[in-house]
Design a protein around this ligand. Sequence first.
Ligand SMILES: [Zn+2]
Length: 396
Amino acid sequence: MAQAHPADPPGVISPWAMVVRDGRIAWVGAPADAPREPEADVGEDLGPALVTPGLVDAHTHPVYAGDRSDETAARLAGAPYTGGGILRTVTATRATSDDELRELVAERLRAQLAAGTTTVEAKSGYGLSSQEELRALRIIREVGATLPLRVVPTLLGAHAVPPEAASAAAWAETVASEMIPAAAAEGLAVFCDVFCDRGFFSPAEAELILRAARAHGLGVRMHAEQLARTGAAELAVRLGAVSVDHLEQLDPAGVAALSGSGVVATLLPAPALVMRDRLPPARALLDAGVTVALASDANAGTFGGWGQMPLVMGLGATALGMTADEALAAATAGGAASLGLSADRGRLAAGFAADIVAWDAEHEGAFALRLGAVRPIRVWIGGEEVLGPDRTLAGG
Ligand SMILES: [Zn+2]
């Protein structure tokens, strides 16, 4: 088993065995070497099934209402993408009750779990007022408490400039001085994110927001280099961000800036394909030693596929030029690194959380071969079975 670096592939042992105790993996190795567990009360034989760590989807936007598939069709027919569609979702989301939003979020997160994701990052960002952004974060917390999967909340108050704000600069000031202190005081977010890109927030505005976030104890991540090469990657390095996400427009200088920085590159192939955008330079990032995560970016306007992390891994291995091992590592250990959870999740190794998925496949190459069609047959979180033959999805 690889243990040294968060981007190492999980490794393959066959045949193999694992001991789980008190929600954690206690031992992994060859069956003949298994420690005797006289008090073991449950034994499982998973046959030839591929078994992986629970998937870690480090980038999603689940709190929204409305449907923008018409906008997607228009864009594919040639209308330019401006991102203005975010404000359409903001209008629909503000008009939706707490109960309805909770049900929408629960449905999306249940789909994630049913597809093998055991840890999911969840952003606000379709409220765009202090009150609405805090409402979204409370809904994420409330829904997370009803489901077995592990939810990591992120404040994305700077997802777009709301119509009520005078300018991007004025809105950045409001996010930094009002929204971040309020979210931090209520313990509603682990991370703060900013859409730092052409037509959204400049690097200077992003820096104002992210420095405020750090001062209030939040971790920092960024939507960066998606629409234009702005220098957001270099800013992330300077600010000590945990992750920079997207990177479709990253150039060799940007790859060099991330190399050795410790900032994780979280790549999102699905929305890049939906938008017919350039694909991020996954191969160059991996070859430069950057820790790469693969995430879904499931959201309202550029990729609406909830429960599609098996597809995202397949796209990593096909469209992004990663090996099947690298794609699996990026969706497990890489995702954990993107969320600052490298010591706890994303690996099948002693000491790690017993978040485990058995698949209807026998080799990780299936994620590429069966693009989007590989599904879990059993899922455990913290050693508790949450999906399997004897139970439908827990928390339903
Ligand atoms: Zn996003």
